[in-house]
Write a protein that binds this ligand. Structure first.
Ligand code: ADP
Length: 476
């Protein structure tokens, strides 16, 4: 048992959330879309601020322009309302990495909302007298990055229609002519069909040119991105093949090794006659080593199997966590018996908690956590508590012990392959350092997370958080 050292008895905690393994590629793209949609919302608040400044300036004589501050107020109200709406819709979307289409639709709505506001401001700031056209251009450039080539061309065309609409409607006499300059310049251009048409066509040409330029660049960027994605997929495939060949090699070792083990046991247990005392001791040690190697082979095979699995191949079903925990706590009680370590099962009478998962893998997960808790607890006074807490849509399973604890500098390494802390090696020589790697893979495959809290010399607590589908009695 470790000495009770007050200096080291500080609680350390680590939260692990490795995310999902298989959705990594779509995640990157969707995260980019979500980031852009959020950025758009933030920029719009800045634009609203700029409109507020414009409204204040319009009420003064600082600028020799005739602008109605009410137009700015209308724009502020419209943009604030739509931006709040986008934030509300986006709030549900940004965390969900699978909803690419919805994210694109949200971005499209943002574009058209902005076009409406810009078109209105273009009109109130005198159409050709204002540089508002550049803001349409900014949207077109963004569209080429976020949408397909043809979609962005449609958006560029829509931008052009929105930008030219006020001028054309003025020319057609449908809306009154608006000008910020009470000058002859405005008079000269306002009713001249040639100048208006020339301006509209020229701005259309500039929009088209910009769209072409940026879409060419973004097409080659997207091509590179796709090549990177392909290379990444290829790496995953190679890695999977490598793991599978390790698996095969280890599997092939298993059968001859099992034979060696059974011969050693035959010798040890006296089926070939009584061995001299020294030979008996050596054969017993060989037997113990055989057990360790068997554990290692089993762990390597298990881990390799998990690493070649992807969520889509996992065949997730509704699993009652409580029955898994009761089964594993029962097995733990048998293992702990010889060392008088008590397993306290607080979930025995808990109503069923259902999650989407794999029964066998969940059994392995909790068996590893409970066995570790037993392995690293002191004989006679060791206590391992298994408990569960639920909240709407969530379940937290905790495996707590009063064992040796995990030093702070080891906390971030315990899920690495073959890692064993020094105090663990001193307390329990037989570990493989692969149990928590297996736990990690199972946690990831279930989209769960795990938190470890520990005080050296006092104990550790491993808490696994799942999304639940049902809590309470169900008809199975
Ligand atoms: P093993 O137990 O075979 O060494 P694991 O991968 O299961 O391998 O655990 C890795 C390391 O994490 C252990 O060697 C030990 O240092 C630490 N550890 C895991 N569980 C506990 C626990 N309940 N109490 C103390 N240390 C633990």
């Amino acid at each position: 048992m470790v000495k009770d050292n007050p200096v080291t008895r500080k609680k350390h905690s680590f939260f692990y959330n490795w995310g999902s393994v298989t959705t990594i590629i779509p995640d990157i793209r969707n995260q980019e879309l979500a980031a852009r949609a959020t950025w758009f919302i933030k920029m719009r608040w800045l634009a609203i601020l700029a409109c507020a400044v414009g409204a204040v300036i319009a009420t003064t004589d600082i600028v020799p322009a005739d602008v109605n501050p009410v137009d700015f107020v209308i724009t502020i109200a419209f943009l604030s309302f739509t931006n709040l709406l986008y934030s509300k819709i986006g709030h549900n979307l940004f965390g969900d990495k699978t909803r690419r289409r919805e994210l694109q639709r949200l971005l499209l709505w943002q574009m058209f909302g902005d076009f409406t506001a810009l078109s209105f401001l273009t009109y109130s700031l005198g159409c050709i007298e204002t540089p508002m056209g550049s803001l349409f251009m900014a949207h077109i450039i963004l569209a080429t990055l976020l949408f397909s080539r043809w979609q962005s061309l449609m958006i560029a065309a829509a931008g052009w229609v929105y930008a030219s609409a006020p001028l054309m409607l003025e020319l057609a006499g449908i809306i009154p002519v608006q000008s910020i300059f009470k000058s002859e310049f405005r008079e000269a251009v306002s009713h001249d069909f040639g100048i208006t048409l020339g301006f509209v066509l020229a701005s259309g040409g500039v929009y088209l040119f910009c769209w072409y330029l940026v879409s060419e660049i973004s097409s080659s960027l997207k091509l590179r991105e796709r090549q990177l994605e392909d290379a990444h997929q290829m790496m995953i495939k190679i890695d999977k093949e490598k793991t599978q060949s390790t698996l095969l090699a280890t599997h092939e070792l298993k059968a001859p090794f099992a034979a060696i083990k059974s011969y050693v046991y035959t010798l040890r247990d006296g089926y070939c006659g009584q061995l001299p005392e020294k030979a008996q001791a050596v054969v017993t040690r060989i037997g113990n080593r055989c057990d360790q190697i068997t554990d290692r082979i089993t762990d390597i095979i298990h881990l390799s199997n998990l690493r070649t699995l992807v969520v889509t191949e996992m065949n997730l079903v509704s699993v009652n966590l409580i029955s898994v925990l009761c089964e594993e706590a029962g097995e733990g009680a048998l293992i702990g018996e010889s060392r008088k370590i008590k397993i306290i099962n607080l979930v025995e009478n808990h109503p069923p908690v259902h999650i989407m998962g794999s029964y066998e893998h969940l059994k392995t997960l909790f068996s590893n956590l409970i066995q570790n808790a037993i392995n690293y607890s002191p004989d006679n006074i060791g206590r391992v508590v298994v408990s569960v807490e639920t909240s709407p849509g969530k379940a937290e399973v905790a495996v707590q012990d009063n064992g040796i604890g995990i030093p702070k500098d080891a906390l971030d390494k315990i899920f690495n392959d073959h890692f064993r802390s020094k105090n663990a090696v001193a307390h329990h020589a037989g570990g493989t350092g692969l149990g928590l790697s297996i736990v990690k893979e199972i946690v990831v495959l279930h989209g769960a997370s795990i938190q470890v809290e520990s005080i050296v010399g006092r104990g550790s607590s491993f808490t696994v958080r799942f999304d639940t589908i049902e809590v309470g009695p169900v008809n199975e």
